[in-house]
Design a protein around this ligand. Structure first.
Ligand code: GLC
Length: 744
């Protein structure tokens, strides 16, 4: 008997000692949860917008009915509301204050699409860090960023907010933003919780029309749309936000497959999930919920921990729990997730913001970082006559166009708190920095990007005719991209195209600088311009950045994070398209050269547009410099690899021109044969390489064979043996293919 008892005691000891001890935070959460009423628990799951009356808000907080507030940015009001939560409510649980700090708080950096164009995760992380420092200084401790929706349709206005079309680039940039926002430790006063959004597939809305349905098969979801979110989890992201769209008929806000199966079971995410604005309630509009009570039931059971503003949780969860339609265990899990992030942020220890802290908005350091990232974000699309950088022989320049001096528009979409009074425009920067070396003439020609009034163009042409070089600033007002701002036509708005054409007719070289929230179909303007720079709304310091690039103090290094279509009819168009049975040969006969009475099959049968061909205007990863670079001596560590191997790719990169510059070396791979069709190429590595004129560096990419894995039709992620192709190049279309094999 004694032996049995001893054995039982021993195994109990082993069991308890093997069971991981609850860490301090989990113990605190359990203790607090055990003291909470059901109503108080549900209060934590409720996020309110501060747009209402502050008195009503105080009452709700005091009753424990609010867990988070968004859109309050006044530090005194934030402290006052926090005081009610911490000192006057029964349990003193601090509020989590949230705001859309998407690409800067006060100092505004380029829109995320522009940040992606830098292919520089270091500077992107730095800009997110600065955004967190500025936002946290007023009491904001949670931002709804990074937006990491893969977008391959520039008709969709929200392409501006993400990092473009490629899963690898978006994964790297999204992780950098998470680290920048959350800092070295989330409980530091300048750290803010990041939010991976919008989970998931939002960028695939049918027709590029916002909030529309998406139809993404699971293995495409797993191979293209999920990877950036998994990368954000690996980077430690604190929260997720569900997306407005339904995928294959299931709204994300009610989708337990993505919220439980993938996010919790596969990725072991332990933060919390917030709905998007009213997306719980909108499941009634989707026809997926019968009424708001049903919507609350569906969202809570699917795994949405916190509801943004639609308040169906507050209203219906108590009765749903009493009716047994939502188990209290579901509520407890949601509240645990929320409390866990509040503890990690240190809110229980430091709930208040120091209102006496010296303002750190727009400091020199912040503005310098903003200028650097803006410089790196600008893409040189054309300069075949080497008009740029502007030469000393240029004595008079004419600055023309509605975007030359548009401080508000230059900040781009989702720049809620940026102050356009701090924006430095290209006109201001050129006058200030270069006005002593060139004569600067200025005539906008058009008052704003949509302006159709042709009167101003005559004046602009008259002024431009007096210059040696014309700088034409065109593009999009900020309102023309971002949420709900979709376009069916991507040509330049208003009379901007007529303006460029009129300027080109002067015979003077036209340098066109586009500031926009998306790629635009600017093929005609590119043909009419001697040079083209493209800037995805560059933010506060866009002017000084563009000025230094124009005059050669800086050299363009940006690369296209999205494919530029020739015509909107080519969309969706992206480099990593799948292999097909009848690929374009790029030698097709286009519409103006088709002979009369051509026979049905006389043109051949391949996949292209008769009026646009197959190729885009500019491919993914494309961007020029004032200098030239040469890739050579590309070597693979092996041409036969097996599971667990590392493929090491070394190559030389030389600056063969006369300017110092930066090339973004890119590594692409193609899986030649798969159990499902595979993309023609996939970006697997990239690196910015700075080189002085004549300088050569040897660069190394390391690629584990495991990163060749993909999800097959059975949703198994695996590397399939066989032949592969590899390219090291300066964009997604160039380079020489090098073969290698994977053998098991
Ligand atoms: C918006 C957006 C989301 C944003 C949220 C709060 O509708 O979809 O990206 O974070 O509401 O402003």
């Amino acid at each position: 008997m004694k032996k049995i008892l001893a054995f039982g005691l021993a195994s109990l000891l082993i069991f308890t000692s093997c069971k991981p001890a609850k860490n301090d935070t989990e113990t605190k959460i359990d203790a607090l949860l055990s003291r909470m009423t059901l109503e108080e628990k549900i209060g934590q799951m409720n996020q309110s917008s501060s747009y209402g009356s502050i008195e009503d808000m105080r009452m709700m907080i005091k009753k424990g009915e609010v867990g988070s507030i968004l859109n309050e940015i006044d530090p005194d009001r934030i402290n006052a509301l926090q005081h009610v939560a911490v000192e006057e409510s029964r349990l003193g649980i601090p509020l989590l204050i949230a705001r859309d700090v998407i690409h800067g708080f006060k100092t505004i950096f380029p829109i995320p699409l522009g940040q992606a164009a830098t292919f520089d995760p270091f500077v992107v992380e730095k800009s997110a860090r600065i955004a967190a420092i500025e936002a946290s200084s007023v009491g904001i401790r949670w931002t709804f960023a990074p937006m990491i929706d893969i977008a391959r349709d520039p008709r969709w206005g929200r392409i501006a907010e993400g990092c473009g079309e490629d899963p690898y680039l978006t994964s790297v940039m999204g992780a950098a933003m998470v680290k920048g926002f959350q800092g070295d430790s989330m409980n530091l006063p300048t750290s803010i919780a990041a939010c991976a959004k919008h989970f998931v597939g939002y960028g695939a809305v049918e027709g590029g029309r916002d909030y529309n349905s998406t139809f993404i098969p699971e293995h495409l979801l797993r191979n293209v749309y999920l990877p950036p979110f998994e990368a954000a989890v690996k980077a430690g992201v604190a929260t997720f936000m569900t997306s407005f769209n339904d995928n294959n008929g299931v709204p994300s806000t009610g989708n337990s497959f993505i919220l439980k199966e993938v996010l919790r079971k596969e990725w072991h995410f332990d933060g919390f999930v917030v709905s998007d604005w009213n997306s719980v309630g909108e499941m009634v509009n989707h026809g997926f919920a019968a009424d708001y009570k049903d919507a609350a039931r569906i969202a809570a059971n699917a795994g949405v921990d916190m509801e943004m503003v639609s308040a169906t949780y507050m209203k219906y969860l108590p009765e749903l729990v009493k009716e047994g339609k939502v188990k209290e265990a579901v509520i407890n899990d949601a509240v645990r997730n929320i409390l866990r992030i509040k503890y990690r942020l240190g809110l229980f220890d430091h709930p208040y913001v120091d209102v006496n802290r010296k303002s750190i908005m727009y400091t020199q350091e912040h503005l310098e970082c903003a200028k650097r990232i803006s410089e790196e974000s600008v893409i040189l699309l054309k300069d075949d006559k080497h008009v740029l950088p502007l030469k000393s022989s240029v004595h008079t320049i004419a600055i023309v166009g509605p975007m030359a001096d548009a401080p508000y528009e230059q900040m781009g979409t989702w720049a809620f708190d940026g102050d356009s009074a701090h924006t430095v425009t290209p006109l201001e920067a050129i006058r200030e920095v270069y006005g002593n070396q060139v004569k600067v003439l200025y005539e906008p020609g058009l008052a704003y990007s949509r302006d159709k009034n042709l009167q101003g163009i005559v004046k602009a042409v008259t002024v431009a005719s007096q210059a040696d070089v014309i700088l034409a600033f065109v593009g999009e007002e900020a309102i023309l991209s971002g949420e709900a701002h979709c376009l069916a036509d991507l040509n330049l708005q208003g009379a901007q195209s007529q303006l460029i054409a009129a300027l080109a007719k002067t015979g003077k070289p036209v340098v066109t600088i586009v500031m926009a929230g998306r790629p635009l179909t600017i093929g005609k303007e590119v043909d009419e311009s001697a040079a083209v720079l493209y800037s995805f709304h560059p933010g506060t310091m866009g002017g000084p950045a563009i000025a230094d690039l124009l005059f050669g103090k800086a050299v363009p290094s940006g690369k296209t994070p999205v494919t530029f279509p020739k015509m909107v009819g080519q969309i969706p168009i992206y480099y990593a398209h799948h292999r097909i049975g009848r690929p374009a040969t790029r030698n097709e006969t286009l519409i103006d050269r088709i002979p009369l009475y051509a026979g049905q099959t006389s043109l051949g049968c391949t996949s292209f547009y008769m009026d646009a061909g197959f190729d885009p205007l500019f491919p993914f990863g494309y961007g020029l410099s004032y200098t030239t670079f040469k890739f050579s001596n590309i070597k693979l560590s092996a041409t036969q690899l097996k599971k667990g191997d590392m493929l090491t790719v070394t190559f030389d990169l030389k600056n063969t021109g006369s300017y110092g510059g930066t090339e973004v070396a890119q590594l692409y791979v193609q899986d030649k044969v798969g159990s499902v069709t595979r993309p023609v190429k996939e970006l697997k590595r990239f690196k910015r390489v700075n080189l002085l004129p004549g300088e050569k560096k040897t660069v190394v990419f390391e690629l584990p064979v495991s990163e060749l894995a993909f999800y097959n039709m059975n949703e198994e992620k695996m590397v399939e043996p066989g032949d592969f192709g590899l390219w090291v190049a300066d964009d997604s279309q160039n380079g020489k293919e090098l073969p290698f094999k994977v053998k098991f």
